[in-house]
Design a protein around this ligand. Structure first.
Ligand SMILES: Cc1ncc(COP(=O)(O)O)c(C=O)c1O
Length: 422
């Protein structure tokens, strides 16, 4: 489905139409029924130019983009380079409005509440550094927040004397109510802000955002949501969360080119949230004030439109069902194999999707990661947190079942024979 103003692929229109043709393969099937239809998923795999001599199970960190999305970015970069002052500033840059409109539609907000950023860090730091706070004001975060966001708060504490309270919660948490209770217990009359992840980058735990937003409202506390790993990973819209602030990357789960993200700020909050880079007073209530970042390529953010269309072609329900199918395929096999496998992510739809954390009792997690990559070219990421550890395993829509099977085979080998001699 094409709309006016959306950047179109120039080099491989076949890749774009393929997913719409592929829809016929799964016609009449529910997302769960389509989750293991390899004829359908083979079409999706072909949209990515992947090197099958390696197995990438760290698609949470940053994701490859489909080839036709990358090519549209290349096309726009080349076009810009001919006469940037005209082709980039006058022709391509204004098309950001189509991206804003389409992103807002998918997130379920007004386009006037949607700013395009270069990553989640930029969006989140705008939220964290943009609110006026007084010395002694308190902020609640968790020790499972993303490192750079914790660093940002700690810099504010050093610079302005705000108080950052870091809470902990069990992995896996016993219930949503338990998580909310940890936040509630940390609230004092000085609490002004809560900042937390929608889904943690450590275990892939989905947190009960709406309940925490409601808790914040009861106490006049701003709740800032770091959705870096959530948007386009599993289905939800703004109204499911009821949030006023949301930052995300688009180079993770939307499969947009590297260097893309968004910041959502509810309309009546924009005036009070300062931009990271200065904007004119006349822009005070304008969401575009967060995009006053100086000269930057228009090609990257315009290619978001194609990535959006790609995701729409698959459908988020179908995508999430496939990701959970791939996760369960390896995780449930390991659980059935030996009690030495510890899965630290709850395997239910409400609490997780593609991302899952696993460790093997008695096997060093860091060395296991090095063994998998160094010897077998299977990429995962070692998560070492003071309270837990494990390999974070994240398949994507282009991952083949054979690849997660290979990972499970290797984990079973590591558990049975160790990693020293293999
Ligand atoms: C929870 C979380 N927040 C923020 C970020 C930062 O994202 P980016 O590197 O796109 O700025 C990440 C990156 O992995 C993350 O996992």
């Amino acid at each position: 489905m094409m709309r006016a103003g959306v950047a179109l692929p120039a080099f491989s229109p076949g890749a774009f139409t393929r997913i719409f043709e592929a829809n016929d393969i799964v016609k009449g099937k529910s997302p769960v029924e389509a989750a293991d239809d390899e004829t359908y998923w083979a079409q999706i795999q072909r949209a990515f130019d992947d090197d099958r001599t390696i197995v990438n199970l760290n698609n949470g960190g940053v994701s490859p983009t489909p080839t036709h999305v990358l090519e549209s970015m290349f096309r726009d970069l080349k076009w810009s380079n001919q006469i940037p002052v005209w082709h980039m500033w006058q022709d391509l840059e204004p098309r950001i409005e189509a991206v804003r409109r389409d992103l807002a539609r998918m997130f379920g907000c007004d386009p006037e509440e949607m700013a395009i950023t270069r990553n989640a860090s930029e969006a989140n730091e705008t939220m964290i550094l943009g609110l006026d706070l007084q010395r002694g004001d308190e902020v609640i975060i968790t020790n499972q927040n993303y490192g750079r966001m914790i660093t940002t708060w700690e810099q504010r504490a050093r610079r302005e004397g705000i108080v950052v309270k870091k809470i902990s919660f069990k992995v896996p948490p016993p219930s949503d109510a338990y998580i909310v209770d940890q936040f509630r217990a940390a609230i004092t009359p000085r609490t002004r802000v809560i900042e937390l992840t929608h889904i943690t980058n450590l275990t892939g735990q989905i947190l009960p955002i709406r309940d925490i937003v409601r808790l914040g409202r009861e106490h006049n506390i701003e709740v800032l949501v770091d959705g870096a790993h959530a948007f386009a990973h599993f289905p939800f819209v703004r109204d499911d969360l009821e949030c006023d602030y949301y930052g995300t990357s688009l180079h993770k789960w939307l499969f947009a080119p590297i260097g893309t993200g968004f910041l959502y700020v509810k309309r009546d909050k924009i005036g009070k949230l300062w931009p990271l880079m200065a904007a004119a007073e006349s822009q005070n209530d304008n969401i575009r004030k967060y995009e006053e970042i100086g000269t930057h390529p228009a090609a990257n953010h315009n290619a978001i439109a194609l990535a959006l269309a790609f995701n729409k072609g698959i459908g988020l329900e179908r995508k999430a069902a496939r990701l959970r199918y791939l996760r369960d395929r390896w995780a449930k096999r390991l659980l059935a194999e030996s009690p030495r496998f510890n899965i630290l992510t709850p395997l239910d739809d409400r609490q997780s999707c593609a991302i899952c954390l696993v460790n093997i009792e008695g096997v060093d997690t860091q060395k296991l990661q090095q063994w998998l990559w160094g010897k077998h070219k299977v990429m995962t990421v070692a998560i070492i947190h003071p309270e837990f550890h494990g390999l974070r395993v994240t398949p994507s829509v282009y991952t083949m079942p054979d690849e997660v099977d290979l990972f499970a085979d290797l984990m079973i080998k590591a558990q049975k024979q160790g990693i020293a001699a293999n």
